[in-house]
Design a protein around this ligand. Structure first.
Ligand code: TMP
Length: 256
């Protein structure tokens, strides 16, 4: 059980509480699913539990590979403990294959390979619908300093490499994903760390062989079977059938 303090913020898919110690935060994963800036809404039983486990897995692996993160530990089925950070108001999107909004914007066909991985930034602002912005806006408006943006790009490229590799090993194509970063203060020092979550809510994941969608597009496009798809991702990562207390599970590799 978690000893959480007062509720600090309720987002679309998560609730943040004050943590048991100063400078910590309890993140609670809800079953709520939203899309199109909250216009579409449903409660999908079991989604929060799966995202909690999947996000724990990626934050742990990325931390082991030298990416600083806010993640401390998973507390229970729905909650994890993070260091409190100041969120940098950017959605950092990486695209390996054309899908979603870039198709509409640039007239690309879904599934078209991109010439190389592309990083995009959206300014986190619900009233404005998280508009796409350029690096110039990010630094000119002071949403991040040039040094922070530099850190963000370097970490983001590594996160894409590591995650694409992990997913490829379990027969899944990492089409695109969104991550967020925060500022962690320690005395008069500040560092940039990976924050928020990494889950099938924030990634596009296609089965390599069948191209079946294993992500939140199942909800966005009314395809059904969201929990089955997220469960399949967790299963391939080796996250099911353990009680969370044993050694860290390893993904099961899939042949060509
Ligand atoms: P997009 O194609 O709709 O711009 O989405 C790109 C990626 O970012 C996709 O993996 C879904 C993820 N995403 C979020 O996590 N939150 C959001 O609010 C949006 C719009 C996209």
């Amino acid at each position: 059980m978690s000893r959480k303090g007062k509720r600090l913020y309720e987002g679309k898919a998560k609730i943040l509480y004050e943590g048991p110690e100063a400078g910590t935060l309890v993140v609670h994963f809800k079953d709520d699913a939203t899309a199109f800036n909250g216009e579409k809404f449903d409660v999908i039983e079991g989604k929060g539990v799966l995202n909690n486990r999947i996000s724990e897995y990626f934050f742990t692996r990325l931390g082991e590979m030298g990416i600083p993160t806010s993640f401390l530990k998973r507390l229970n089925m729905r909650e994890q403990l993070h260091r409190k950070v100041e969120i940098i108001p950017l959605e950092v999107i990486v695209r390996n294959v054309a899908a979603g909004s870039i198709c509409k914007r640039l007239g690309l066909k879904e599934g078209e390979p991109l010439p190389r991985a592309i990083i995009e930034y959206c300014y986190k602002n619900d009233e404005l619908g998280d508009p796409l912005v350029a690096e110039e806006h990010v630094t000119a408006f002071g949403w991040a300093t040039p040094q922070e943006l530099d850190d963000i790009v370097q970490y983001t490229v590594r996160v894409n490499d590591i995650m694409s590799g992990i997913f490829a090993g379990i027969g899944i194509r990492l089409v695109d994903f969104k991550i967020e970063f925060g500022r962690e203060y320690a005395g008069d020092m500040v560092r940039t760390v990976l924050a928020d979550e990494i889950s099938p809510d924030s990634c596009r994941l296609w089965d390599f062989k069948t191209n079946e969608k294993l992500d939140k597009d199942r909800f966005r496009r009314d395809l059904g079977g969201l929990v089955d798809a997220y469960t399949e991702v967790a299963r391939r990562l080796g996250l099911l059938n353990d009680n969370g207390g044993g050694p860290r599970p390893r993904p099961k590799l899939v042949k060509g």
